[in-house]
Ligand binder design. Sequence first.
Ligand code: NAD
Length: 289
Amino acid sequence: MTASIIDGFAVAAELREQVAREAADLKATHGIVPGLAVVLVGEDPASAVYVRNKLKATAECGLKSLEFKLSESATEEEVLALVKRLNADPAVHGILVQLPLPKQIDSDKVLGLIDPDKDVDGFHPVNAGRLSVGLPGFVPCTPRGSQILIDRIMPDLSGKTAVVIGRSNIVGKPMAQLLLQKNATVTIAHSRTKDLPAVCRTADVLVAAVGRPLMVKGDWIKPGAIVIDVGINRIEVDGKGKIVGDVDFDSAKEVAGAITPVPRGVGPMTIACLMLNTLDSARRSAGAA
Ligand code: NAD
């Protein structure tokens, strides 16, 4: 069997177009333009690229972006004061603080100060709680995007088995919550799991969010399974840099029913869902949700 390739790039483009249309409607009916504030502290080059991509997508969707750059030596008080100001600004519907923050700043303290109703990254403990008890809130963008891809192939997961490898707060745990909401029987595997290949072979839906290049091999996969590869890993091949996922795509695609590639799989969905979360936030603030 050769798997169908899940084109996250194309689905993300569709989603961004949908956000652009709905944002234009919101402006016409309520006079509101969804506003996303992005805070970048320091000079980390990867963070600067991520922020640039997010701002570009924001503009393309017709949303308003506000960029705040603070120096590497910014104090925790300065960052907290900025977050407070953005919390109070009615033109700001989403606040994103790009991680990692310089070491003198406590990330948990900063993320914890963001108004949960503007927390479009979905990292605030209040939103994690809302997700776990099934209340409306912000779902972290990468799991939300992954779930949209899964929904397109298998909208009803009743009676299906899902395995998520990785238990981070931003990917693994919220991903497991979403799969549970879809009635899958969910296992979260992690670095202490025994016989990981055997656990993975039980999965009708397998999500890898580990950060280990090419770890999941074809013989770990149940024939016909949906495989969602969240990993983004930089490796060297023949002296050249290459981005690969956590799944060994070449062997996995021979066994899986459907699989996301890296790049052009989950990555573009993450940014599209940030746009979607910002639109949702503006709609809620306008009472148009
Ligand atoms: P993390 O380091 O916070 O968590 C990794 C998890 O993997 C941990 O829970 C750990 O227990 C588990 N793990 C580590 N080694 C393992 C092993 N050998 N066997 C089984 N489990 C193991 O990482 P994260 O933030 O959740 O990100 C995971 C991957 O997803 C990374 O490659 C990251 O770059 C990528 N990522 C991609 C996107 C995207 O937009 N596509 C977004 C966020 C993260």
